[in-house]
Design a protein around this ligand. Structure first.
Ligand SMILES: [Zn+2]
Length: 371
């Protein structure tokens, strides 16, 4: 068995088509302006490793056409921790997780008596502690939109949205129903549908927003490739098929820009947040903690924890339980000699400064293993 993990050495595809980058100087330095005819569209293909473009037999004709006509970044180094929300938030803030505070795919919640957990459906203002591109755009009087972007729930500076979990009563959601993109019943059961279909609807919703609202900034994120690689692994026929399908979704956006007369004034970025590597071994520090008596388990349920490991994206944050007063420094776990681990001082700094958690130690598995 293998399971894919995210890897911190992905390359990014960045395509510049036309128009001007939405620069964001200090708001007081520029007069507020409205009605700008310039547009920026950011398309994030989750989990699209840059290696894919080195394979001439991957059929992604639109991406190659855009790359040939624009500019392509040779490589990127994703942020640490290399998880989806941390990377996306760095893309729109320009600062690392140590400053914006998003180090999980959600907000770390620590309640007394239960292990810490990560909750994704928390408001952007709770999660993101840095000024974002869409904040800056709105300050300049520009309009903003997001489709399936992350760490952005109830962001007050987003003008139009079709979120990862659309509100059936939302303005854009209702417009998409009226436009025949999906039925009201499917909208209300959106989360239960397969990720390929949801990617399709998100693409149609993004096209709808471009056509009918013409935002100055659109942030658009697609998830199927990430899901496919988690399930089937990278460099598999399934993952390459998902990449080819993503190309068709990018085509839809480009065609919409062309037909709407927006393309000439649009800067299009196609980006990704991380790649994938195959792993063959799972490391579970909580098992070691339980054996050491630091976590107590009754009938398969955790009843107490003096330390607790929260895995995320191939790394682990080791947390002290709030309910347990005894200060017990966590320690690096090495269940297999020579198999782990690396202490990340940055993670400790992140936790202490930004989100007030008590991450004492972070362990990181070597390639080939996953925490
Ligand atoms: Zn991702």
């Amino acid at each position: 068995m293998f399971a894919p993990r995210r890897i911190s050495s992905a390359r990014i595809l960045l395509v510049l088509v036309a128009g001007l980058l939405l620069a964001a100087p200090a708001p007081q330095a520029q007069p507020r302006r409205t009605g700008s005819a310039n547009h920026v569209v950011v398309i994030s293909l989750d989990g699209f490793g840059g290696w894919a473009l080195d394979d001439p037999y991957l059929p992604v004709a639109t991406l190659r056409r855009l790359a040939a006509a624009g500019a392509v970044a040779k490589a990127m180094r994703p942020v640490d921790p290399t998880v989806t929300w941390a990377n996306h938030t760095s893309m729109v803030t320009g600062v690392p997780p140590a400053r914006h505070g998003v180090i999980f795919n959600g907000l770390l919640i620590r309640d007394a008596g239960v292990p810490p957990r990560v909750e994704p459906w928390r408001d952007k203002n709770e999660l993101v502690h840095a000024r974002t591109l869409y904040d800056a755009a709105r300050e300049r009087g520009l309009t903003t939109a997001q489709v399936d972007w992350v760490a952005i729930q109830n962001a007050p500076t987003i003008t139009w949205e079709f979120p990862e979990r659309p509100d059936p009563k939302g303005v854009i959601a209702q417009e998409t129903v009226k436009a025949g993109i999906l039925s009201q019943a499917d909208l209300e059961a959106f989360q239960t549908k397969n990720i390929l279909w949801r990617d399709h609807i998100w693409t149609q919703a993004a096209a709808h927003i471009l056509r009918h609202h013409r935002p100055n900034l659109l942030l658009f994120h697609l998830l199927n490739l990430d899901s496919t690689q988690h399930r089937y692994g990278p460099r598999t026929p399934a993952s390459m098929d998902a990449m080819a399908h993503l190309d068709s979704q990018v085509t839809t956006i480009v065609t919409t820009l062309e037909k709407s007369g927006l393309l000439a004034n649009t800067t299009l970025f196609v980006v990704s947040d991380h790649g994938f590597k195959t792993v063959k071994r799972q490391i579970r520090p909580n098992v070691v903690f339980a054996k050491a008596g630091l976590i107590t388990v009754d009938s398969g349920k955790i009843t107490g924890a003096r330390v607790y490991s929260v895995p995320e994206g191939g790394t682990d944050g080791i947390l002290e339980g709030r309910m347990f007063a005894a200060a017990q420094d966590s320690h690096i776990v090495d269940p297999e000699p020579n198999e782990t681990v690396e202490l990340s001082l940055e993670a400790v700094a992140i936790s202490n400064r930004r989100i007030g958690t008590e991450v004492r130690t972070r362990v990181e598995a070597r390639l080939g293993s996953q925490l």
